[in-house]
Design a protein around this ligand. Sequence first.
Ligand code: ATP
Ligand code: MG
Length: 365
Amino acid sequence: MVKTYEGDVTAVRGISLHINDGEFLVLVGPSGCGKSTTLRMVAGLEDITGGTISIGGRVVNHVAPKDRDIAMVFQNYALYPHMTVYKNMAFGLKLRKFPKVEIDKRVRDAAKILGITELLERRPKALSGGQRQRVALGRAIVRDPSVFLFDEPLSNLDAKLRVETRAELKRLHKRLSTTTIYVTHDQEEAMTLGDRVVVMSGGHIQQCDTPLGVYRQPVNRFVAAFLGTPPMNFIDGRIVAEDGRAVFQSDAGRVVLDGHHGEVAQQHVGQEVVLGIRPEGLELHPTAEANREDMAIDGELDVVEPLGNMMDMFVSVAGGGRLVARVKAEVIEEGTAVKLFLDPDKLHLFETGEYGKNLTLRDAV
Ligand SMILES: Nc1ncnc2c1ncn2[C@@H]1O[C@H](COP(=O)(O)OP(=O)(O)OP(=O)(O)O)[C@@H](O)[C@H]1O
Ligand SMILES: [Mg+2]
């Protein structure tokens, strides 16, 4: 589907997605990439400029929002301030002329699931942010829709509450198995909640895969850079051939490429490429996976950030670059010269540019 707003802003440039029954699908991407527009088109709150949307096999392009059997929860959920929690949750059902007994059953069931039974007679202003958020969820749950649409529902909550509510959402989905499309710009939320994660940018889908799939096999540099904290390290360089071997050469150092990477690199000799490796793909001491002197980069330890059993090391390398390594915690002084061993299994080569293609993707096994 495509969406062009008045004034020729094309917010969504041809998205094609099939969401499985009962699936929890997360749309993630930077601000302005078209996530909300996509969701609002599914909800029927925006006309679509081109394409079709079907829900459960029925094309709903011209079906009114209220008849699409979906329930949406926004970032700025507006609860009715003069109504109790109970009435807030019952309101939508009342409008749809549900019998009183049925309304009561659904509201109490949802309240129980969400742990807000004791709050039913309160008004919204007497609730915490997290409790209000649960009421907003409750309003969606009582509708028992075939699809839930969430647009950054947790972004108004503080960090701790966000993590708790996130876990609650996951439990909720396990229990109800309602097909869900969830929008966030928080990559951690995307990774922890999604059965599949759709990474968007500039109105396009960059990649759609399982959380591990997008993390371990990013199709391009954008996806690689967007997911993961600290982010993947990138080193600009070029591929040269030496004695029949392919070598990645950069200001930061040389990396001899063997195996799968070697084969790929052989096809790009003489080309500029970007080497990508996540912080956990760099080791301070040789390990079973990362132990080759010809796959190591020298540097000087700038800063250590302890994380309990692990630590992040920020290491300056030749040429002015800086790498981040996440390694087992140990005592090491800042300013020390270090050697970072690269784990070949965690190494990627990208074409240059923000959206440079991942040249080292392996075929799905
Ligand atoms: N009503 C509108 N009229 C014109 N342009 C719009 C309208 N709504 C959104 N846009 C534009 O469409 C693009 C996508 O917007 P959208 O709200 O879908 O982004 P988003 O991914 O949800 O971003 P955020 O993370 O900031 O919520 C943006 O460039 C935005 O400025
Ligand atoms: Mg949005």
